[in-house]
Unconditional design. Structure first.
Length: 306
């Protein structure tokens, strides 16, 4: 006999519980199995009338399975982001993209006191970790960012272009910006506070010796005539620049000049301001206007220069 409808319900519950298969895949498999079994029964029946009745039953079973699959997959996906309670860095770009995507999400800021217990349960012992309501677990910030950018749009244009050449350019600028960030990372190993501050200040020197400033200056020269990093619409590259620049000029990194150096990069300033003006992103930061991290209001850090 064909699988009873109760088995479909049980499979749906199992899928929702995150037992390793998405609901859509599970019901697709059940749909094919139901069709195969029902067709075999119908073909082996002893009379044409009997075969006709069984064929109708087979159609009903398959329609039921397809309906269950369709209704369950139509549920909107929600997300939970786990990252440290700090702005900037790998977690902030994910927050920005979630805000731009328009989907419902929870910002679970994991304090250092809880990270030790959570770390062994993560795939790579790292955050950010992004978990969907249907059980998918996403890790690695760049991979997460590309995934979210493909589904997010600003003024009707995707944040990650479908055109392979434009997509390459977006990836190239993201990597270039990460190279700039890496130059700052080496200062964390300096023990002496005064030496650390001096080393950081030197990175932003505008006299031709500042490695970070010079890196951003090169990128400044590559901004498209359309006023964006790539083409004429906002992309993942613009969002990445928005996070990086505001992290540097927030004033919570000892030794980094809060301003001044960006005055020499007007094209990058314009790109950052354009991202900050996106209504969905402004709403995200305004919703968290009272959140203070490292003595600075997040709202002021990311929108204060716009």
């Amino acid at each position: 006999a064909p699988p009873p409808i109760s088995s479909s319900t049980e499979r749906l519950r199992a899928a929702r519980a995150g037992r390793g298969r998405s609901t859509a895949m599970l019901f697709a498999r059940h749909f094919r199995a139901s069709l195969h079994v029902a067709q075999r029964i119908a073909c082996s029946a002893s009379s044409p009338v009997h075969r006709g009745k069984l064929a109708v039953a087979a159609g009903a079973i398959c329609t039921s399975a397809a309906t269950h699959c369709s209704s369950s997959s139509s549920q909107p996906t929600t997300w939970t982001l786990q990252y440290f309670p700090v702005p900037g860095g790998p977690g902030e770009i994910v927050r920005v993209l979630l805000a731009l995507s328009g989907t419902a999400w929870t910002d679970e800021r994991v304090p250092g006191t809880k990270w030790g217990a959570l770390k062994p349960n993560t795939k790579y012992g790292q955050m950010p970790v992004l978990t969907s309501s249907d059980g998918r677990v996403l890790t690695q910030s760049k991979a997460i960012a590309r995934y979210l950018a493909k589904g997010a749009k600003v003024q009707g244009e995707p944040l990650y272009p479908e055109d392979s050449w434009l997509a390459y350019q977006v990836d190239e600028y993201v990597e270039a910006l990460e190279d700039v960030r890496a130059k700052f990372g080496k200062t964390f190993g300096i023990k002496d506070p005064k030496e650390k501050e001096a080393a950081r200040a030197a990175l932003f020197a505008t006299d031709g010796t500042g490695e970070i400033y010079e890196g951003l200056k090169r990128i400044e020269g590559l901004v498209s005539p359309g006023g964006c990093m790539v083409g004429t619409s906002t992309t993942l590259a613009d969002a990445w620049l928005f996070v990086l620049v505001n992290q540097f000029r927030a004033g919570w990194l000892d030794g980094v000049p809060a301003d001044g150096w960006m005055d020499h990069l007007p094209k990058l300033q314009a790109v950052v301001a354009k991202v900050a003006a996106i209504p969905a992103l402004r709403a995200h930061y305004e919703k968290n206007a009272d959140m203070v991290v490292l003595g600075k209001k997040i709202h002021t850090v990311f929108l204060g220069h716009a």
